[in-house]
Write a new protein. Structure first.
Length: 222
């Protein structure tokens, strides 16, 4: 059976009625166990800790593995659109995704809720068939650094709002991700030395907190 046809048919049977669409970026006609490596990206509305998608990712991954076996390269992103509902946060999220996956081409992008589908369709350039050029990456970097300027301007010190607060723990993963992208794909992310000075010092201060290492996901340490 066509793997992606099977996906459309089985997701509801596995309880994933929230799946809004399977967006095929490239044609995957004739995909089967003998096919070359296929790349799939699943986009979720919220983080696993929210409880809204408990078991959902495992079920979706199983559907794809059953259809593609060892030929599947699967990635999941948790957009946390609950906390990133405003246009500025969503713009930053799109800039992050563009930088993170600028060199990747996916055979399938799976929006797991209507809100995620709307988020993806709002920017047709978000996922594309051809890798981003150096010029396009430079534009994306410029936009990201511009998006950080309001936070730099409003910075109180020693942390974002003065004392250490939820504002720091909410903002930090987004800023830290820029360096992670750069480490994994040089030229795609933003190294610490390119961050605005106050945010650069703030990032260093967060990383020196005694519990920082315990809260870092193991795969981020690789």
């Amino acid at each position: 059976m066509h793997a992606m046809t099977m996906l459309r048919r089985v997701v509801v049977q596995t309880g994933l009625a929230c799946v809004a669409a399977v967006c095929l970026v490239r044609s995957v006609s004739g995909v089967g166990v003998a096919a070359p490596q296929q790349k799939a990206l699943a986009l979720y509305f919220a983080s696993p800790e929210s409880g809204g998608f408990a078991g959902g990712d495992a079920a979706l991954r199983k559907v794809l593995v059953d259809g593609l076996g060892d030929h599947l390269e699967y990635t999941a992103e948790y957009l946390d659109l609950i906390r990133s509902a405003d246009s500025r946060s969503q713009s930053m999220m799109r800039d992050y995704l563009k930088a993170r996956y600028a060199g990747d081409q996916f055979d399938a992008i799976i929006a797991t809720s209507p809100a995620v589908l709307q988020f993806v369709e709002a920017d047709p350039s978000l996922f594309r068939d051809t890798p981003a050029s150096k010029e396009e990456l430079a534009v994306a970097h410029k936009k990201m650094l511009e998006a950080l300027q309001p936070f730099e301007a409003a910075f109180v010190g020693p942390y974002i709002a003065g004392e250490l607060s939820i504002a720091d723990f909410t903002m930090f993963p987004f800023v830290r991700m820029l360096a992670r992208i750069e480490a994994r794909k040089p030229g795609h992310g933003i190294a610490d030395d390119r961050l605005p000075p106050k945010l650069r010092a703030w990032k260093g201060a967060i990383e020196k907190l005694p519990y920082y290492e315990k809260t870092t996901p193991p795969h981020w340490k690789k």
